[in-house]
Design a protein around this ligand. Sequence first.
Ligand code: HEM
Length: 495
Amino acid sequence: MANPRPLDLNNVQGDILEGLGKKNEAFFFFQIKAGQASPFREDLRSFIPLITTTTEAKKFHQCIREGKKEAAKQGKPFPMIENSGVNISFSQKGLVALGITDNIGDDVFKQGMLADASGLGDDLSDWDADFKKEIHAVIIVTANSTSVLERTLDHIKSIFRVGHKDTTIQEVTRLLGQTRPGAEDGHEHFGFNDGLSQPAVKDVDAGVTSEPGEKPVRQGVILLGREGDDGLLIPGQPLKSVTRPSWALDGSFLAFRYLKQLVPEFDSFLEANALPVPRIRAPGDPTGAELLGARLVGRWKSGAPIDLTPIRDNPAFATREDFRFDPANQERCPFAAHVRKTNPRSDLDKLGGTEIRRIIRRGIAFGPEVTTEEKKAKKSSSNEKLERGLLFTCYQSNLGNGFHFMQESWANNNQFPPKTAATPPVPAPGIDPIIGVGIGTPRQMVGTSPDISKSNQELDFTAKWVIPRGGEYFFSPSISALKNTFAAHSGHSEL
Ligand code: HEM
């Protein structure tokens, strides 16, 4: 698809291309009440001015960067800036509830995540009952403190008159995320720095140098209707082109996953299978458990890619992206390591590259830190209040190319990336040890050892440390589509 007109960042919701500033985040899932579509649209009109655009999100981040620099220059601590961000997205059932019946051109979105759960490898008995209910939309609220988060949520609820007889919406469930405390800020619950590698988007992230290893992606990989939103690509088949309704322009599909993490179990697995390390150790050398953890993820806890520093962590490398993997071997990074499975870089150079599969991730941790009792027992508590994990979100223009494909055809597929050309021949790489669901047990991964003589070493495991508890697919419309189609009197107005 060619670009219909220049991209206006005031027209794109802020979470997609920039991310909303956050220490705290609420996901407010709701239904539009039966027979209330018209008054809901009126309420939506009052809500739209609260939405944070990409321009606003970018300004906020720039202000933080400059403020931090200035504070450092003056040797002062950087004061917290009160901030909150708001976005909204609708599920296929939400579009139907609003009478929007145009074909948006994405079968994965249309079926919804509950129907897709078995394809993703989820065990539905682990799903929270609320995610088995109909969900029409999600409002995302972010803030830098719980009080500002609550205040913004209360304001939004008052717009939709929640708690009053004439409310137009019914809350289905609410999930709260927060960044982890102290030095763990930015790290997910297994302890690894997260949210580092993101595709730079052409002419949006101009001058972004974070990914010298990878080229910027075309805008249409993330935004519908833009150049690069070319269609559905199933390997071995011709590209299946898609037609988008005009209101879909500059929107993006949001995949939301509610992922529980079994942290004490993950840690004790690493201890029990610790890789051999030299008995005489130099300062900075990892333990065998740390080395195995890094081999499973493909980065050290600091974020440093093991492809650049395979033997020991180097926090100075934490944000480096100038690595592409050697397609012929896995000494530096196992083929099945989480970051290699989900972005195989040069492994796919001869097979058309990875651009069409790229996603922008915006996850946040949820739940408390591991307790002393859980550490001692090496087991997560059965108390639901102590449940922890990741509220994973990602954006893309086509779910069948992005999230759905990544989980089903890469993470869960023990034959990926294809290694027929590797010399000497290597066994199947195995599944993604972090999020992959093996077909049959035990689950297995190859290449766990950085010792060259053992680089095809296989590790079998039956345990899973990430348990999907629910989720849904949503569409995040542009601001003009929200005004002119979603909040318009008939659901069919054009932009
Ligand atoms: C609890 C579950 C998960 C954990 C603990 C986790 C952890 C991580 C970590 C530590 C990184 C490396 C740092 C970074 O580049 O941000 C990463 C990267 C990544 N993850 Fe996950 N992740 C999880 C779920 C998922 C899911 C469900 C997907 C998609 C199906 C996914 C896709 C990716 C992608 C695309 C990258 C970037 C790879 C790259 O470009 O190098 N992750 N994840």
